[in-house]
Design a protein around this ligand. Structure first.
Ligand code: C2E
Ligand code: CA
Ligand code: CA
Length: 571
């Protein structure tokens, strides 16, 4: 036991030694009242305190308890041994509080971290990514994302055992951490998938620089338990906001897709170009190919199952005529409601859907849904001229007999051909140009409309615009997003609009995110607009409710409608 005669001395003692408890007299040489207690608590916040003082009124006692005293006792009117007992209780209570607090901190950590590697888990990472993206969009910064997937991990796990597999994952996570700056975040999404967030990168070169660093550091053998050494290879996909996606999930999907592409290409490269003088029959290579095969196989079979189980949905985003302030059309946008991963945008799975040809049955479902929806919506007098746009992939366009197939869908659903617009990108018309042109003419012959999507970023020539049987262009959102910031983009948009008008084509702008962009576009004579400013893509029933509410209240804009959506939906 140490006795201190002043507050100053007690603070010095508390700083120097760890005590089990403190007994405080409030009136000391250099302090009095609650100030004495506050001084002691500040010096040792986690040491339990019992106030044991000469004089104590009820108000001071309550303040002392609020300030953290475990007990307040008045000297003189206590039976023998009471102080010792109170001190014992205070120490015990403090110990329990500390255990509880540790358990709470531990639970919070476990909820947000991967127990194996101690890295952030998916939830925490998505949260960090969301924050980085919000910061990036406010300050016009780019956010980089790397998706790391180990090659052949499953085989290692199967042949060497789970303990070795776990040790390998821990070793890889340490390597990844060693490559990072403090501001970067690393997470393990599960299995052998890791992700790295690079806030505030300036270009893709920054992102691929980190990628190279990681590949370099993984090239060095990992020593597992004992003296077994192992070299792991990884496939790394990159993505960068805002170009590859503006939301956390979109960016993650894009990096995942890029990783998949890399794995796929590497595998194909190995099969097609064995290095001179080296035969690709080594068991390593065969194994690697098999494993890469199983990765793409797994993804492919998941996608295939999704088609069979009807996990795809079609959302509709309004396209407005801003002069009339009316919804004139809707763009059908595909969504995958994956039971494990939630609602997914096409960016994450479109490459695979195209590679595997699954985009053909998927696109078929989208078109059917769009045609059925438009028929239903047009029954309402106020929406009798509404149109619906459907995106086409180059793979669909190259399908034999595609135009006849579309004709059958129109026929079966009773959709008037002029209600349907098909969006094709410039690039999809580049390969097999003449055959595609033939298909476009046949589609046009059905009486539907064709527009060139993402206009301005592809490689179509002006001649194509003149020759192809298209009715309009859709100005890519990349130009719209830069419209207010870059003079050159304004000039480009202005000339695209004039070019289209000169050729007698309609113009739509996509990706309109605020009122200023909308007004600037209108001033440049582009009146049909689409984007978050007017509303995100909605499930069909919500889109129908939106239409109905606008028919009743034509002046309301979609955004104020969105604020009242529950009421409009009759909820
Ligand atoms: P897209 O045709 O350029 O579609 C517009 C994309 O921009 C949509 O992304 C939409 O959600 C998003 N968007 C809407 N408003 C804004 C905005 O204000 N700002 C920004 N930055 N973006 C906005 P989504 O739905 O993820 O679709 C991505 C792409 O996937 C589409 O790009 C299209 O190329 C393709 N896609 C979507 N559905 C289908 C489909 O059914 N078939 C085919 N073949 N491709 C599809
Ligand atoms: Ca489109
Ligand atoms: Ca587009």
């Amino acid at each position: 036991m140490v006795r201190a005669s002043s507050l100053a001395q007690s603070i010095r003692e508390l700083m120097e030694t760890v005590f089990d408890a403190v007994v405080v007299e409030l009136a000391v040489a250099d302090s009095s009242g609650i100030a004495t207690l506050a001084g002691v608590r500040a010096a040792a916040p986690s040491v339990p305190v019992v106030v044991y003082t000469r004089e104590l009124d009820d108000a001071t006692a309550i303040r002392a308890l609020r300030a953290g005293a475990h007990e307040c006792l008045v000297k003189g009117d206590l039976p023998a041994g009471a102080l010792a007992r109170m001190l014992g209780f205070a120490i015990e209570r403090q110990r329990r509080l500390a255990t509880l607090e540790a358990a709470r901190v531990d639970a919070a950590h476990r909820a947000t971290h991967d127990p194996l590697t101690g890295l952030a888990n998916r939830e925490l990472f998505l949260d960090q990514l969301d924050r980085a993206l919000a910061f990036g969009s406010r300050y016009n910064r780019k956010t980089g994302l790397l998706f790391v997937d180990l090659d052949g991990f499953k085989a290692i796990n199967d042949t060497m055992g789970h303990a070795k597999g776990d040790a390998l994952l821990r070793a890889v996570s340490a390597r990844l951490l060693a490559c990072m700056r403090r501001s970067d975040a690393v997470a393990r999404l599960g299995g052998d998938e890791f992700v790295i967030l690079l806030p505030d990168v300036t270009s893709r070169r920054d992102v691929s620089h980190v990628k190279d660093t990681i590949l370099e550091s993984l090239r060095e053998a990992v020593t597992l338990t004992g003296d077994e050494a192992l070299v792991v290879e990884a496939s790394i996909g990159c993505a960068m906001s805002p170009l590859d996606g503006a939301s956390a999930q979109d960016l993650l999907d894009a990096a995942d897709a890029d990783m998949y592409r890399e794995k796929y290409e590497r595998r194909r490269g190995r099969m097609l170009t064995p290095m001179a003088g080296m035969a690709v029959v080594g068991s390593d290579d065969e194994e690697a190919m098999e494993i890469a095969d199983s990765v793409s196989h797994r993804r492919e079979s998941r996608l295939r199952a999704a088609v069979a189980q009807g996990e795809f949905e079609v959302f509709y985003q309004p396209i407005l005529d801003v002069v009339a302030d009316r919804i004139v059309a809707a763009e059908a946008l595909l969504r995958w409601r994956d039971p494990d991963r939630g609602l997914l945008s096409p960016s994450g799975f479109m490459a695979l859907a195209e590679d595997t040809g699954l985009i053909v049955p998927i696109g078929d479902q989208v078109m059917r849904h769009a045609c059925e929806s438009i028929v239903a919506w047009r029954r309402d007098q106020s929406a009798s001229a509404l149109r619906v746009s459907v995106n086409l992939s180059a793979v669909q366009l190259r399908e034999h007999g595609f135009a006849q197939h579309v004709a059958a869908i129109l026929d079966e659903t009773g959709c008037p051909p002029d209600a349907l617009t098909l969006e094709v990108t410039e690039n999809s018309t580049m390969v097999d140009g003449e055959m595609i042109m033939e298909t476009l003419r046949a589609l046009k012959g059905l009486g539907l409309r064709l527009v060139v999507d993402d206009f301005g970023v592809g490689h179509a020539s002006l001649t194509f615009l003149r020759e192809a049987p298209v009715d309009g262009i859709k100005i890519d959102r990349r130009f719209v997003s830069q419209l207010l910031l870059d003079q050159r983009d304004q000039a480009i948009v202005s000339s695209m609009v004039r070019l289209a008008r000169g050729l007698g084509l309609d113009v739509v702008a996509e990706g309109v995110e605020n009122g200023e962009q909308s007004q600037r576009l209108a001033r440049l004579q582009c009146f049909e607009q689409q984007g978050r400013h007017f509303g995100e893509a909605l499930p069909a029933c919500e889109f129908a409710a939106l239409l109905a509410s606008r028919a009743r209240m034509p002046i309301t804009d979609v955004r104020s409608w969105r604020a009242r959506r529950p009421e409009a939906l009759g909820a």
